[in-house]
Ligand binder design. Structure first.
Ligand SMILES: *Cc1c(COP(=O)(O)O)cnc(C)c1O
Length: 430
């Protein structure tokens, strides 16, 4: 496969941008090989600057549930661009997308738009602290919530740890108010609430953790978390940046049958444009400026081009038909691969239209249960799959997404390729 132009662009980019990329995983550091510079997308396909075509299972890390260049989304964007790209004043489009989400998601009575998932989470935490008058927050090892300072915290060796920054440049004074617990551990959760529950502002958890492998949680565990937060007057923030409108219209909240106090969104709700949002109980959201004392703002918040792209996307999903079709396709795709993978040292987790390949015998539910050797086997096979025209996310910790543009025929061909490369790698691994 020719990659001269991508290679050359990567070299040039490295001279003007740290590592040549504007988000680290794009540099392919974990998997090796030439990071592809993309020329265009077309349905389920990515076409790079050297003219190579790849079946895209990254889907821009989740937003593109309709695939690249969905005609309705593109038409909505083009129409809006002709009328103006930003005004710094309110538009009907913000109201349209806000009311659509409020109408479709039980837990969301009031919502505010921002420009990224990171910003959504950062703002949700601020309003949770402002509402409760408490500072402490709890997150879980293996959940990613964007890169705001107080969430860049690593898990330590104890059951619960406080305030170990996971990045240089994050002051310990900021992360000292962030506790970290392992997922999937009821005892640790109960113990934590016994000790700290009454000074906890909020717990934040990914709807279905999908940023550090796909760590599908047990329903009882999530329900216990809901019960404990309620009992102690702490808010539950469900981070649905990936799962929102990916796992059905109700996201992970409906999947588990819980009612969070606040929800964060990003990815799909922007239809491919930069958007985030946070919303939930009106009594909490009304603490925000200009009604209340919690400050929050954004020059491009509620950007009209992003709003129309998001609304066009959500409208196509609203009757549930596409979600059902995607889920069924993913189920069949994953099942067909699993049935052919005779080597049982490899597993594929699937939920809704998300799947994750993992080289170990049992699917993990906590970060510490992920076999790091297994991850390195994913990373080793990535390049050969890429060179055969299938674009998987460039890290074994990242999950894969299907879009409505992925047909059964495309999936069948991809399954054949994946099964053959995975089997070879699993053989080495076993
Ligand atoms: C992607 C993601 C974020 C961060 O969103 P950005 O738009 O990249 O800032 C936050 N939380 C979850 C669960 C995510 O998947």
């Amino acid at each position: 496969m020719k990659t001269d132009k991508s290679r050359e662009l990567m070299e040039k980019a490295g001279a003007v941008t740290p590592g040549g990329v504007h988000s680290p995983v794009r540099a392919f550091k974990s998997v090796g090989g030439v990071p592809r510079f993309i020329d265009r997308g077309d349905g389920a396909w990515l076409i790079d600057v050297d003219g190579n075509r790849y079946l895209d299972f990254c889907c821009s890390w989740g937003p593109l549930i309709l695939g690249h260049g969905d005609p309705d989304v593109v038409a909505a964007v083009k129409q809006q661009i002709d009328r103006g790209m930003t005004f710094g004043a309110s538009t009907e489009h913000e109201y349209n997308l806000a009311s659509f989400i409020v109408d479709h998601v039980d837990a969301v009575e009031s919502i505010r738009f921002v420009s990224s998932g990171t910003e959504a989470v950062m703002s949700a935490i601020r309003v949770a602290r402002g509402f409760t008058g408490r500072d402490l927050i709890l997150k879980f090892e293996g959940c990613y919530h964007g890169h705001s300072d107080h969430l860049l915290v690593s898990a330590g060796s104890g059951l619960v740890t406080f305030g170990q920054p996971s990045s240089a440049g994050v002051p310990k004074t900021i992360t000292s108010q962030t506790a970290v617990l392992p997922l999937d551990d009821e005892e640790a959760l109960e113990e934590f609430f016994r000790r700290h529950g009454d000074r906890l502002a909020a717990v934040i958890i990914e709807g279905i953790p999908a940023n550090n492998g796909l760590l599908i949680q047990r329903h009882e565990y999530i329900r216990l978390l809901r019960a404990l937060t309620e009992k102690h007057g702490a808010l539950l923030i469900l981070d649905e940046v990936i799962t929102g409108f990916r796992v059905g219209m109700g996201g992970a909240a409906s999947y588990y049958g819980i009612h969070p106090d606040l929800v964060t969104y990003g990815k799909i709700i922007g239809g491919g444009m930069p958007v985030g949002a946070f919303g939930g109980r009106a009594d909490i959201m009304n603490k925000l400026s200009p009604l209340g004392p919690v400050y929050q703002a954004g020059t491009l918040s509620g950007n009209p081009v992003a709003m129309v792209a998001g609304l066009a996307t959500l409208q196509k999903l609203s009757d549930g038909r596409l979600h059902a079709q995607l889920e069924e396709r993913n189920r069949a795709f994953v099942a067909s691969m699993i049935s052919r993978l005779t080597n049982k040292t490899v597993m594929i987790a699937g939920v809704a239209s998300i799947f994750w390949v993992v080289f170990q015998r049992e699917l993990p539910r906590a970060a510490s249960a992920i076999d790091t050797d297994g991850i390195s086997h994913y990373n080793r096979m990535h390049e050969s799959i890429l060179n055969n025209g299938v674009y998987l996310p460039p890290s074994g910790y990242e999950v894969c997404f299907l879009s409505a543009a992925h047909t059964d025929e495309m999936l069948q061909q991809a399954a054949d390729l994946l099964v053959s490369v995975i089997s070879e790698e699993a053989h080495v691994w076993a």
